[in-house]
Design a protein. Structure first.
Length: 64
């Protein structure tokens, strides 16, 4: 079960913090198993790594 409100841009299943994901040029998150989508890949890693790295996802960070 996912603690996030963000869903994969391809399969629309919620993305969990440990899921391996792509971040594309339009800042869309997709699961690696779903493929990178139509736009160029900007970054890859776990969802937690991506949201920690990019300010636009600051609201998705878990509260410490």
């Amino acid at each position: 079960m996912s603690d996030t409100k963000l869903h994969c841009g391809n399969c629309h299943i919620p993305v969990d913090f440990h899921d391996e994901v792509y971040l594309d040029e339009l800042n869309t998150i997709t699961h690696k198993k779903c493929g990178p989508g139509l736009f160029g890949v900007k970054d890859t890693g776990t969802f937690h790594e991506i949201i920690s790295k990019y300010y636009l996802f600051k609201e998705s960070l878990p509260l410490s």
